[in-house]
Design a protein around this ligand. Structure first.
Ligand code: SF4
Length: 63
């Protein structure tokens, strides 16, 4: 499983980091979300919720 954030769509709202902090982090320099640990999706169990709750549909889970 891999997970990506489309930087062109992300508005840096922070929802994904709040839902799934093991995987997402808001990079203060660019003001957007970055995936810090895609492997954490396997056990964190919150990547799907982050994908569903991203207002810009910027998160993609690749099975
Ligand atoms: S929820 Fe979506 S728009 Fe908001 S910071 Fe995360 S990836 Fe970006």
């Amino acid at each position: 499983m891999d997970i990506t954030v489309d930087q062109d769509k992300c508005i840096g709202c922070g929802a994904c980091e709040k839902i799934c902090p093991a995987v997402f982090n808001i990079d203060e320099t660019i003001g957007k979300s970055v995936v810090v640990d895609p492997e954490a999706c396997e056990f964190a169990g919150c990547c799907e919720a982050a994908e569903e709750n991203c207002p810009e549909h910027a998160i993609k889970i690749i099975e």
